[in-house]
Design a protein around this ligand. Structure first.
Ligand SMILES: Nc1ncnc2c1ncn2[C@@H]1O[C@H](COP(=O)(O)OP(=O)(O)O)[C@@H](O)[C@H]1O
Ligand SMILES: O=C(O)C1=C[C@@H](OP(=O)(O)O)[C@@H](O)[C@H](O)C1
Ligand SMILES: [Mg+2]
Length: 172
């Protein structure tokens, strides 16, 4: 399929870049977190609290299977942990081109230190958790990606420009 899928760590900008890319390219947009919240009538935090992370991961897999049945040419932003399941990485490949928005820990800390909506960062030492998780996940994001965009210090327009240019390059 020809979707564009945005992956990367929490706070790298998947959802906000996805919205802007969808507007720029005039393509529909789906965010898997929002899709799960809509289908379950619960927030991501409520799902983690009530059913735990594994159940949330299964809902993410369900989302990808549903997206395979939906119209093509969408922008899809996924949750930061979704590519950790190998089954999900296979589904992402089938769905389209995977764009990894690569971010460093200091930028994530700056953006998310006050944020209460990400259950995995609600412990006593979010900075340490961010560094730990980022180190563990980075090689997996890289292995799942068709292209990598470094996002630190870049504004949305710069990131969109890079994505569009690199998409054209890999089409040729
Ligand atoms: N390139 C950027 N420049 C400035 N702020 C950004 C950038 N990308 C994301 N943000 C901000 O960081 C926060 C997290 O972004 P979000 O799109 O929710 O990330 P993700 O979906 O990857 O977790 C939001 O407040 C968003 O506005
Ligand atoms: O990295 C993760 O495991 C998660 C990332 C979140 O999405 P964002 O990456 O959009 O913040 C959301 O899916 C959930 O809180 C778990
Ligand atoms: Mg998001």
């Amino acid at each position: 399929m020809n979707n564009i899928i945005l992956i990367g760590f929490m706070g790298c900008g998947k959802t906000s870049v996805g919205i802007r890319l969808s507007y720029l390219l005039k393509q529909a947009m789906t965010d898997t977190d929002r899709m799960i919240e809509k289908l379950s009538s619960m927030t991501v935090s409520e799902i983690f609290d009530k059913y735990g992370e594994e159940e949330f991961r299964s809902l993410e897999t369900d989302c990808l299977r549903k997206l395979l049945q939906e119209p093509d040419n969408q922008i899809i932003s996924v949750g930061g942990g979704l590519p950790m399941r190998s089954e999900n990485r296979e589904l992402l490949k089938q769905l389209g081109k995977v764009v990894y928005l690569r971010v460093t820990a200091p930028t994530v800390c700056e953006r998310l230190s006050e944020d209460m909506s990400r259950p995995l960062l609600q412990g006593s030492n979010p900075e340490e958790k961010i560094r730990e998780l980022l180190e563990k996940r980075s090689p997996i994001y890289e292995s799942a990606a068709d292209m990598v965009i470094d996002v630190d210090g870049k504004d949305f327009d710069e990131i969109l420009d890079e994505i569009v240019k690199k998409m054209e390059e890999i089409k040729e």
